[in-house]
Ligand binder design. Structure first.
Ligand code: FE2
Length: 289
């Protein structure tokens, strides 16, 4: 397993490998986007492919844990380049419906998840080479979030961050602190030694980026779980914290790409692609920030 840290967005991308067969999967690949210039690039995604080629791995899956609100997914680009199937959680159709409304997308935009090759249900299993993968539905941060459990490892995306960094926020459209609490309990019920790989790390206090913990370490060190050990207390804490957070910089840029399976909007008559930014559609404005 190799991790690729995308510094501009604090996202962690993973290449998970079966050492026996050399089959591998990519989890949560990033398509580079510079909001200042509107430029997109495939440097990060190409680095994943270069690594896979260098190590002579065979790519079997391009996986996302959820439709991200802070970066563009490179799943569409990687699929078009490699022909390898893409997948995400089956509830992505609910996220598509919600954001289709927020963006006022035309009827030609399909909300049936057909932008991915496979939609995973809770408890579904598939393989990466000889590795058995179990899908865990872990909503809260989004309606559609899933975690991938592979042997003694679990890729838990935006549920829990590193022990010094709390949990994901739950205030995006379709988010729920209650659902997030239940998802966290599910993760914490995994065996103590389970290695947890998070989807983000924001390097608190300037420490080195880190992304791997264990269930035992989260339990021992996580203030959100230790100091707010009940659902009610967690939800109160999470909601209060989320009210103070400004929306992520790229939420309106990225969801319109990510509900298309990581594909940019179709070109307009001049051959150029455009993003659409709905005004006054979201709460959570922190004018003071
Ligand atoms: Fe996220």
């Amino acid at each position: 397993m190799t991790s690729f840290d995308d510094e501009p967005t604090g996202s962690i991308q993973y290449v998970v490998t079966d050492p026996e067969t050399k089959s591998c999967a990519i989890i949560d690949p990033v398509l580079d986007f510079d909001p200042k210039s509107g430029a997109t690039a495939t440097r990060s995604a190409d680095a994943l492919l270069a690594h896979i080629e260098r190590e002579r791995y065979e790519l079997e899956w391009i996986l996302d844990t959820h439709p991200h609100a802070d970066h563009f997914s490179a799943a569409g680009y990687l699929h078009d380049k490699t022909g390898v199937p893409t997948a995400i959680g089956e509830k992505v159709v609910d996220v598509q419906r919600l954001w289709k409304g927020l963006y006022d997308l035309p009827d030609t935009f399909r909300t049936d998840g057909s932008q991915w090759d496979r939609l995973f249900a809770d408890g579904e299993r598939f393989r990466i080479g000889d590795l058995d993968v179990e899908v865990m539905f872990t909503p809260g941060h989004t309606l559609a979030s899933i975690a991938y459990r592979i042997g003694d490892a679990a890729f838990i995306h935006d549920t829990l961050f590193m022990p010094d960094s709390g949990s994901a926020r739950a205030d995006f459209p379709g988010g729920s602190a209650y659902a997030l609490w239940r998802s966290i309990q599910r993760i914490m019920a995994l065996p103590d030694e389970t290695r947890l790989f998070t989807g983000h790390d924001y390097r608190p206090d300037g420490r080195e980026a880190a992304w791997e913990s264990t269930v035992a370490r989260q339990r021992a060190e996580k203030p959100h779980l230790v100091e707010t050990p009940t659902e009610e207390a967690f939800v109160r804490m999470r909601d209060a914290r989320d009210r103070e957070l400004p929306m992520p910089k790229l939420i309106l840029h990225s969801l319109q790409v990510n509900i298309r399976g990581g594909r940019l909007p179709e070109p307009e008559a001049d051959g150029r692609r455009y993003l659409k930014i709905p005004l006054d559609a979201l709460d959570g404005t922190a004018w003071g920030e």
